[in-house]
Ligand binder design. Sequence first.
Ligand code: NI
Ligand code: MN
Length: 227
Amino acid sequence: MNILTWYGHSTIGINTNGTKCIVDPFFDNNPASPIKASEVEADVLLITHGHSDHIGDTIAIAKRTGALVISNYEIVRWLGQKGVLNTHAQHIGGGHQYPFGYLKLTMALHGSILEDGSNGGNPAGLLLTTIDGKKIYCAGDTGLFGDMRLIGEEGIDIALLPIGDNYTMGPSDALRAVKLIDPKVVVPIHFNTWNLIDQDVEKWAEDVRRETRSIPKVLLPGETLEF
Ligand code: NI
Ligand code: MN
């Protein structure tokens, strides 16, 4: 059994095959997170891009727990300069088999500069195939793009899509993304963290139910979903 936890914003826990993975571990400055970085247990940290609301507490959690950090080459190189050495670099289109599953980086339409101005490479989404064959697509921060259809062709069980607008897809483009990806379940993320990205998520979920075959699961920060 696999357990997904949403910690608010784009921070997602995925417990699978005995491994605790955290996507974009943004806790201490995340007004929506129910926990602090110092409480987080992690074996693996997955980083979609270099922005501070995604890198978040990566360095502190990696140093405390020794978790393996997986991201693109540029971010992994930057983390190495900060003393985080248990890392694995991948890049867009490339997959790798880990003990917790097969992880592929996918394209995302966004930026990735790091806090100190360093080049964070290209932003990515994550496509994880668990050991028991479930496929989870975390889109990361992205605008809508037509090749989401190609990602959908893989047969997605759970898609995590930003709906907050301004920095990423808003509700209407996220609804179009659901139609392209056709996941069994869709979980909205990257909204209601700050006023600028406040959205009526229940209305969006209603639109998904009415216009697509996917089941929307609106989680509260800290809430979990078994799959
Ligand atoms: Ni971003
Ligand atoms: Mn973001």
